[in-house]
Design a protein around this ligand. Structure first.
Ligand code: IMP
Length: 431
């Protein structure tokens, strides 16, 4: 039996989808534990590209069980679209896809509230959300007013939804936001609920049975540590616990059953949406990284902000998640650069600090302290064995290990399964 969390060590988009796909070869069950369709996981298999928002990328491996845990917020219409997309490409989902009956539902008014709040915000208060209704759905959850997947199965669903839509329209109108046609919208949700009903189950019990039976379970994090509502750059964060701790609360699997945490970081840093980003590059190198790395959001199509690797962020992520080892993705994007910089500390009001300040106002004033490393003498693109990486690339990885305090176990140099290599001795063997 093995239980492993795969978690983003930066601001999301670290390439977790691909790594989950690679690391689920021996898994029986793959679990999403937080977030919703604000996430976008891209996996390329042969000449086929899949972008998944809610369903774990493990669904692409035949026979694996995929679970959306209680910590997820689920947009029923988006979920049906995703299911239909997979069915159309020949994927079998019956008996393989399960939605926790405790997962909260994102309703159309959540999306209106999200988009409305963003359009009404000024430059200082705008978060730059994905407008998928994530924040408002989690707000309803913690204020104990949410609708859960299990409620989609109840006989009174139509009345329940109608009451909610009428009440929420009043609130939307009062806030100067777009109201929704009640009867029509209720019908849309009822139709989606009917489609989702066969997938809704008590996944907490399922997961406990799977672990007791010795099955391998992989927990797939969405977003990243710096977007975690507690540990990230608050308030420029998402509304869930994207870090490894969320795997326990978001699935019902107790923390002492989770054996390993794999952190995923890009060889550089990106961020989508608002909020400070000390190593951001607004120059030609930033543009080069964005172009070569095709840094465009998989969910919103927004261009991602790009910058150098920030070891202060990664060290913090290592600490908060208990990262046992890293996967470093997109090494190839740095191919051809003469000098590669790593941020090792910050300068804040004339003092050098090695840890992240908690207040975003302080974080915004942090200036990166850089260390320069030579770029690689030949490309990493196309390399399939760690031994064949250029020496400078190996030194860069060694430096990241030293600065972050965890070993690098896997390196990725492209979107395909084959473009992934294990670092000899990099994955610590437990037990
Ligand atoms: P929300 O999750 O839509 O509320 O957005 C809050 C913040 O998280 C915004 O800065 C988004 O750009 C960011 N965000 C949400 N999901 C993702 C993701 O999957 N990758 C990267 N950033 C994300």
């Amino acid at each position: 039996m093995s239980t492993r969390v795969i978690v983003g060590g930066q601001w999301g988009d670290e390439g977790k989808g691909k790594i989950v796909d690679v690391l689920t070869q021996d898994a029986h069950v793959i679990v999403r534990y937080q977030g919703g369709n604000n996430a976008g996981h891209t996996v390329v298999i042969g000449d086929q590209k899949f972008i998944l928002h809610l369903i774990p990328s493990g669904i692409l491996r035949d026979g694996k069980i995929c679970v959306l845990g209680n910590g997820v917020v689920l947009d029923p219409v988006g979920m049906v679209k995703e299911i239909d997309g997979l069915l159309a490409r020949g994927k079998v989902l019956d008996g393989r896809l399960f939605i926790s009956d405790r997962a909260h539902i994102v309703l159309p008014y959540h999306k209106e509230e999200d988009a409305g709040a963003e359009s009404q915000a000024d430059a200082a208060t705008k978060i730059g959300t994905t407008k998928r209704g994530i924040g408002p759905a989690y707000t309803d959850k913690v204020s104990r007013k949410g609708l859960r997947a299990g409620d989609l199965l109840a006989a009174d669903l139509k009345e329940n939804l109608t009451t909610r839509f009428i009440q929420r329209n009043e609130r939307l109108a009062a806030a100067g936001m777009t109201t929704l046609p009640v009867a029509e919208t209720v019908e849309v949700i009822l139709a989606a609920a009917k489609r989702l009903a066969p997938f809704i189950a008590d996944t907490t019990v399922m997961l406990h049975k799977a672990i007791r039976a010795g099955e391998n379970v992989v927990f797939e994090g969405a977003q990243g540590t710096m977007l975690d509502v507690d540990h990230g750059t608050y308030p420029y964060v998402t509304s869930s616990n994207a870090s490894a701790g969320g795997a326990a609360s978001g699935s019902g699997v107790p923390p002492n059953r989770i054996q390993e945490v794999v952190g995923v970081v890009k060889a550089y840093t990106t961020r989508v949406g608002e909020g400070p980003f000390p190593t951001e590059l607004s120059d030609e190198i930033g543009k080069h990284i964005a172009t070569v790395g095709r840094e465009v959001g998989a969910t919103t199509g927004r261009p991602r902000r790009c910058g150098w690797f920030d070891a202060v962020v990664a060290r913090y992520a290592m600490m908060v998640n208990g990262v046992d080892w890293w996967t470093v993705t997109k090494m190839d994007v740095l191919d051809g650069l003469k000098v590669i910089r790593i941020c090792t500390a910050y300068e804040l009001d004339g003092k050098v600090i090695e840890n992240m300040p908690s207040r975003v106002e302080d974080f915004a004033r942090c200036k990166p302290v850089y260390e320069d490393m030579p770029g690689w003498s030949r490309p990493t693109l196309g390399v399939t064995r760690y031994e064949d990486l250029p020496d400078e690339a190996k030194s860069y990885l060694k430096r990241l290990e030293k600065l972050t305090g965890a070993p690098v176990g896997i390196v990725s140099v492209g979107p395909r399964r084959e473009e992934t290599m294990e670092v000899p001795g990099g994955i610590p063997r437990k037990g």
